[in-house]
Write a new protein. Structure first.
Length: 241
């Protein structure tokens, strides 16, 4: 995800201040999960209008160690609403980025080195590269794009995608539910990624960013504490002048 965060040194200071308020068990758990998180695979959801599907995808992404999900909402589609009963609080542990256009989202991810791979069962005539899921290359970071439940991915997304992937099906029904498709795809990619020699782990900077976000989710009132510490720091700087 693009580095538009607060100053890393500032975040490290906030982590230091919050650490005594986080139990040793949770501190250990945070470090264990950070070691399993990856930015190598990301998810893009385009105009997925059923909240339970979005929340189910978020839950699967978090469980498989994916750190970021991008949601594209434009036109008349409903804005995303978190449903804790379905996501099981996954939004506390995933970076969720919202975009107003397909072009904006895909441009941002391509600038970060991602290949945009659209998922669709009906791309047989497309001239762009196509791979069955199990054969999809993972040597470069991959952002999987899923479209609306009704009409699939948009024409613009098809045009901007780098390639396509399909999940084999052997029944009469012509497509999986979007949350099922995402879970299958994430399982395949993340399993192959972890078995490979690809460096899929987070950088130290990314770990600091997520540790900062997670500690703030764990500690009740962390936002207010951060404001107080920031005010005190500014006051100390003013006194030193």
């Amino acid at each position: 995800m693009k580095n538009n965060y607060k100053n890393i040194d500032f975040m490290a200071q906030i982590i230091k201040q919050l650490t005594p308020l986080v139990s040793e068990h949770k501190q250990k758990r945070v470090e264990e999960i950070l070691d399993q998180r990856t930015d190598h695979v990301a998810i893009i959801l385009e105009n997925v209008f059923q909240p339970h599907n979005i929340n189910a995808v978020l839950r699967s992404a978090e469980c498989f160690g994916v750190s970021q999900v991008h949601i594209i909402e434009h036109g008349s589609y409903k804005k995303f609403q978190n449903h804790v009963g379905i996501s099981r609080g996954a939004t506390d542990w995933i970076e969720l980025a919202k975009h107003e256009s397909v072009e904006e989202c895909i441009k941002a991810l391509k600038e970060q080195g991602y290949r945009i791979i659209a998922t669709s069962p009906h791309m047989q005539d497309c001239v762009k590269p196509q791979h069955e899921l199990k054969n999809l290359p993972i040597n470069q970071p991959v952002a999987l794009l899923f479209g609306t439940e009704v009409s699939g991915i948009s024409d613009q997304a098809i045009e901007l995608a780098d390639g396509f992937t399909t999940i084999p099906m052997y029944g009469f029904t012509e497509s999986f539910n979007i949350s099922v498709s995402a879970a299958i795809a994430l399982y395949d990619l993340c399993t192959r990624l972890r078995a490979s020699d690809i460096n899929w782990h987070l950088t130290d900077t990314r770990k600091t960013v997520l540790r900062y976000q997670w500690y703030k989710s764990i500690v009740r009132g962390a936002d207010e504490l951060e404001r107080l510490w920031q005010a005190q720091e500014n006051s100390n700087k003013g006194s030193a002048l």
